[in-house]
Design a protein around this ligand. Structure first.
Ligand code: MG
Length: 298
């Protein structure tokens, strides 16, 4: 069997014919938010319904990182290497300090509670960009069922603490990532449930003062959703999809797929040379080594 499907010959040099898709761990209910800590040699990710965060290391496998995790979802690192986490349960974005203490960075916009921050990236200027769909307050499965006070926006939290809604025309914004030079921001809309709802990635131009323009369709994901994606050093997008991981060119063309046996939620680059994809997929954590390197941001 092949782990790949090639739609454009360029994709052949991105993958290694003898590198398998391998399951590293299992037993989760819905895993998301993988982030690689190269300095600590481990991967941290969230198992949202089980209200915990896990740590996987090549030597000792799986251990608990944080439990309860306030129904944590997306994770990334800031430019000082600190863990930034989206929490459904507290409806906030937090930072884990180097001494292990946890700081709430934001939980409100214009005096109203956020919905349930989902995914997060940090720009080189230290600004924290995150999406705020309602998934974590829509039921008691991935958080606490609660009243929605705000529409589902994309936000930018300035290093000075001020917050701005930078995109306000989403149904359910979800995964997001910058292009390597941070002049473009990709944001997924994963809609609600139903055929008429969006399942695509949009692309925005980012101005130096952190404002967005454009926002046109970048790629329609099929099957499934672009719940999470990351960018390699040449600007290709590696996105979750219903049948695995899809590789998209910087102009939005699908050039290849990696098949994963479970529905994929998120992924990140990691390993010695950021040449390994770590893939969270429903109940399992998977990896595959690529002939590609991920961006140095997480
Ligand atoms: Mg997500």
């Amino acid at each position: 069997m092949s782990f790949f499907e090639v739609f454009d010959p360029a994709f052949r040099r991105f993958v290694l014919g003898n590198a398998p898709v391998k399951q590293l761990a299992s037993g989760f209910d819905w895993a998301e938010g993988p982030v690689w800590f190269g300095d600590a040699g481990c991967l941290i990710f969230s198992d949202i319904p089980n209200n915990r965060m896990l740590r996987w290391t090549p030597g000792s496998g799986l251990t608990t990182f944080r439990s309860p995790s306030n129904y944590a979802n997306g994770n990334t690192r800031d430019r000082q290497g600190r863990l930034i986490t989206c929490e459904h349960g507290t409806r906030s974005v937090t930072r884990t300090e180097l001494d292990g203490s946890i700081t709430t960075l934001v939980d409100r916009f214009e005096g109203k509670r956020l919905n349930s921050p989902n995914d997060v990236v940090v720009a080189c200027d230290g600004a924290i960009w995150f999406t705020d769909p309602h998934y974590g307050i829509a039921s008691d499965y991935e958080g606490y069922k609660s009243e929605q006070e705000l529409p589902c926006h994309v936000y930018r939290l300035d290093p000075n603490g001020s917050i701005r809604a930078v995109a306000t025309d989403f149904n359910c914004p979800n995964g997001l990532a910058f292009s390597p030079d941070e002049t473009r921001l990709y944001v997924a809309d994963t809609g609600r449930v139903g055929m008429a709802d969006p399942s695509h990635i949009r692309v925005f131009d980012v101005s130096p003062d952190g404002r967005l323009s454009g926002g046109g369709l970048f790629h329609e994901i099929s099957p499934g959703h672009a719940d999470g994606f990351r960018v390699d050093t040449e600007g290709h997008l590696w996105s979750s999809a219903g049948d695995g991981v899809h590789c998209l060119t910087p102009d939005g063309r699908l050039i290849g797929k990696i098949f994963v046996p479970e529905l994929v939620s998120n992924l990140c680059f990691g390993g010695r040379a950021r040449h390994q994809l770590f893939i969270t997929a429903t109940t399992g954590l998977y990896t595959i080594t690529l002939n590609r390197n991920g961006m140095a941001y997480f």
